[in-house]
Write a protein that binds this ligand. Structure first.
Ligand SMILES: Nc1ncnc2c1ncn2[C@@H]1O[C@H](COP(=O)(O)OP(=O)(O)OP(=O)(O)O)[C@@H](O)[C@H]1O
Length: 308
């Protein structure tokens, strides 16, 4: 059963329609990557889920309730939110910040301290936040988002400015929350490396939902090329004739074949047909390529800079 449900949601700011007929669902223990260009409508969608905005049309339900309805305070105890460019009272220590925020959320301060410990901030908890690095601030931001063990976690650009190790550590935490059954919506422009942590993606463009689904399903729909690179001496000499239309490169040491995702099973047959393969590499379209394809179709790579 879905914990977040948006049905045919429409949102206007003044005369301008910024969300057009958005329908989305997220289940417990699922991470949905909400992707899209600047101004696509991701933050507006998150604000609707948080109940900070009301839809002009359609319906938003979180745990079967209206997040902007009369009982919003009770519901918000179950929501965690890490916004882009999180900022705190810089003169306070990490411990003071988390204690203050825990009290605001009606949570025992000890839970806040335990979160600082879990996120590796215990030692720095007595230091003023203004002395924290970007990564430490993000971890403090995640700690506040996790106060009260939320059932729904909304993350808006959570890894901007984090180094690769800090980003990896951050996603490990997200993985653990997913295993605990938390429903997570993650907005990010940083697509490289995020793929293993997403169960499904929703791609928005100009307020519309361009695609939603499991990555493998979106890959298959895209019909983007899959490349098989084989290494071995003179492999091309023993390649059965029926596979030759797939060959894009053949040399003494290397054979490269390409097909689309939907037809990639044939590449397994290629591997079985060749006895002397020393190494092989099977390359599927990655998330940035898939995103590019969904947003900009077959247009050339330069159009990726185009933000409607
Ligand atoms: N309070 C507001 N008043 C008027 N227009 C707004 C308001 N908030 C957002 N918008 C407009 O709504 C559209 C969607 O904005 P939103 O912040 O949801 O996009 P986004 O996908 O989160 O973008 P980004 O990746 O840049 O954060 C944009 O055109 C933005 O200018």
């Amino acid at each position: 059963m879905s914990i977040i449900r948006l049905r045919q949601v429409v949102k206007h700011f003044a005369e301008r329609e910024v969300l057009n007929n958005i329908s989305l669902e997220v289940k417990p223990g699922e991470v949905l990557g909400l992707l899209g260009h600047n101004g696509a409508g991701k933050t507006t969608t998150i604000k609707l889920i948080l109940g900070l905005l009301r839809p002009d049309g359609g319906e938003v339900r979180v745990m079967d309730q209206d997040p902007a309805g009369r009982d919003f305070r009770e519901l918000r105890r179950h929501l965690g939110f890490l916004q882009e460019n999180v900022s705190f009272y810089d003169q306070l220590s990490g411990a003071e910040v988390i204690t203050y925020l825990a009290k605001l959320k009606g949570v025992f301060p000890a839970q806040g301290m335990a979160l600082l410990e879990r996120l590796g901030l215990a030692e720095a908890s007595g230091r003023r936040v203004k002395t924290y690095s970007k990564g430490m601030r993000q971890r403090l931001g995640l700690a506040q988002a996790l106060l009260g063990q939320p059932k729904v976690l909304l993350l808006d650009e959570p890894t901007v400015g984090l180094d690769p190790v800090a980003t990896h550590h951050f996603y490990q935490q997200i993985d653990e929350l997913r295993r605990q059954g938390c429903a997570i919506v993650l907005c990010s422009h940083v697509l490289a490396g995020v793929e293993p942590y997403l169960d499904r993606v929703a791609v928005m463009g100009q307020g519309k939902l361009l695609a939603v689904g499991h990555l493998d399903a979106l890959r298959a729909e895209s019909r983007l090329p899959v490349t098989l690179t084989l290494q071995g001496r003179e492999l091309h000499r023993s390649l059965p004739e029926r596979f030759w239309p797939l060959v894009t490169e053949a040399s003494e040491q290397q054979l490269v074949l390409q097909t689309d995702v939907a037809g990639q099973r044939v590449l397994a047959e290629v591997i079985c047909s060749l006895p002397d393969i020393e190494q092989f590499q099977w390359q599927q379209p990655n998330l940035p390529e898939l995103y590019q394809h969904i947003c900009y179709g077959a247009a050339d790579a330069n159009t990726a800079d185009y933000c409607p």
